[in-house]
Design a protein around this ligand. Sequence first.
Ligand SMILES: [Zn+2]
Length: 261
Amino acid sequence: MKKNLLKVLALAGALFLLAPAVPAAAADSQPEQPAPRQEKQKQDTEKPKKVKAVLPKHKHTAGCEKTQAEPVLLVCILDRSGSMHSLAADTIGGYNSFLAKQKAEEGKAELTTVLFDDQYEVLLERKPLAEAPELTAREYFARGTTALLDAVGKTIMTTAGSMEKEGICPQRRKVLFMIMTDGLENASREYKREKVRDMITEAQEKYGWQFIFMGANIDSFAEAQSLGIDRKNAMNYEASGEGVQASFQQMDRAATAARRN
Ligand SMILES: [Zn+2]
């Protein structure tokens, strides 16, 4: 019995000696503990906000299965602001060669083409590609200032709205937006940058729609990113005949890739 008592006392002594080390260790780790908890809470509250719903509401149902990826919708949003004046002929030529190449490509496609300065003009809206007319100097001439955000915002809204009306599922239909501008936004009245970024983010993440951005005289990578378009889908083109041509070639590559994949 005595032996056991001694053992207990020795154990208690050892624990007593160890005791100061325990709170010290706990004290050391204490300041770090709340941090991960806070981070987790933050993530939890931010999650639902990730993609803001700004596009016309789409109710994804079994009926959506009827929608095919084709006709792939190609959407050209082209700058016609005054600074494009010396490049008007190159733009017409570039667009028409883009059109010819896409017409030669296999599969069904539709084309929406809008021109913008401080005014907004829809040349074609979801027109079967085979029936899309060439661009001429009657439609394309440079004038005015650059209302880029309004042009992009309106075009996305019209596209999503008309598809919803016709019962076309935006998640199943392939859509590629190609935005070409030669200057910074300076004239939009309807759409703020943040709203357009939310629309593009929602369209990309919920519908899988693709966006490419081509700009001259600006930092296209920064401009694209500010609109929610990945840097890898942006390109700078030189404000010259060759530059405009390169830009339409890029559009052709993107459209071909979207239609073949
Ligand atoms: Zn759907």
